[in-house]
Design a protein around this ligand. Structure first.
Ligand code: SF4
Length: 309
């Protein structure tokens, strides 16, 4: 009999690639909440961080198990659900697998600092309990850019954490933000990012363009911290064409990897996609073909894509 339990508590956001997944809310909001470029949770009405009680999350799992027993993929949020005590994460994953035995992919957002703290043994425990992939914000591999944006991670930390995660048998999906170095530091931003990718060979490289919550675009009129830097002139925003050149430089500098690169977000100006190393030249050729278009045509394209979250 299907229980009368209320519908599962919704997540704030999820990766586009998880649109068909069971969406399980383990934590609310972000426990870090300091990245200058972000502000997503406060802007979408979730300014505080909290951990949901395990029994409530189990009830949500029961709801899905009663109605959609054949689900094959699940995603756990909000921003950093693996920051729970590891015994609780293992309990949740184990329960999820027991109640939905057809799940073959269980993924979660994970901060690099959290993966680092879990260490290889903690990550192995999570993999054994069923975790198969983490969605991690690399954002940039340039230390100065990371520091400026208060990301709370260093390239070395990300490299170590990613190697341990992969060694534990968990796939890594990196998010990279074009434009994060601004106009003044775009080359260092991209070169450092390529260096982290080349040191880790993540399964996925997902590109996004920096997108700002301003007082107008935020649902709560809460602007991201970077907005004040832009207003004061401390941060010079990258141009649209500059982000395309960043994408080209990144692809050019990635070498010896087997990652899949995707631009799976509507705010990307170009949506190149492919597997390294085989598709590298084709991806570069697609970008070059765009850059060879008349200036007016390129600018028209930038205006058409505009700015979308
Ligand atoms: S980028 Fe991630 S870690 Fe940083 S504030 Fe946003 S949700 Fe939190």
């Amino acid at each position: 009999m299907v229980s009368s339990h209320p519908r599962p508590e919704p997540l704030t956001i999820r990766p586009p690639s998880e649109w068909r997944s069971l969406l399980l809310r383990s934590t609310r909001g972000c426990n870090w909440n300091r990245c200058k470029f972000c502000g997503v949770y406060p802007a979408l009405g979730e300014p505080e961080f909290s951990m949901r009680p395990l029994d409530d999350i189990k009830s949500d799992i029961d709801w899905y198990a009663a109605r959609m027993p054949d689900l094959t993929t699940a995603f756990i949020g909000d921003a950093d659900p693996l920051c729970r005590p590891i015994d609780e994460s293992v309990t949740l994953l184990t329960y999820l697998k027991e109640r939905l035995p057809h799940l073959s992919r269980i993924t979660a957002y994970a901060r690099a600092g959290t993966l680092y703290r879990l260490g290889i043994e903690g990550l192995r425990r999570l993999a054994a309990a069923g975790l198969t992939r983490v969605h991690t914000g690399l954002e940039s591999g340039d230390l100065a850019t990371l520091k400026f944006h208060c990301k709370g991670q260093s390239p070395k930390m990300v490299i170590d954490a990613t190697r341990w995660t992969k060694a534990a048998g968990i796939e890594v999906s990196f998010y990279i933000l074009l434009g994060l170095g601004g106009r003044d530091r775009w080359k260092e931003h991209i070169d450092g990012t390529a260096a982290v990718v080349n040191a880790t060979d993540p399964e996925f490289i997902r590109l996004r363009r920096i997108w700002l919550f301003t007082p107008e675009s935020s649902q709560t009129a809460t602007a991201c911290p970077l907005w004040a830097d832009i207003q004061s002139g401390t941060f010079a925003q990258q141009t649209p064409e500059g982000t395309v050149l960043e994408l080209r430089r990144l692809i050019e500098k990635i070498s010896g990897m087997t990652s899949r690169l995707v631009c799976d977000h509507a705010n990307n100006y170009l949506t190149v996609e492919g597997d390294f190393p085989g598709d590298k030249e084709r991806m570069l050729a697609e970008i070059d073909a765009f850059l060879a278009l008349p200036k007016e045509e390129r600018e028209q394209h930038y205006r058409k894509v505009g700015s979308r979250i």
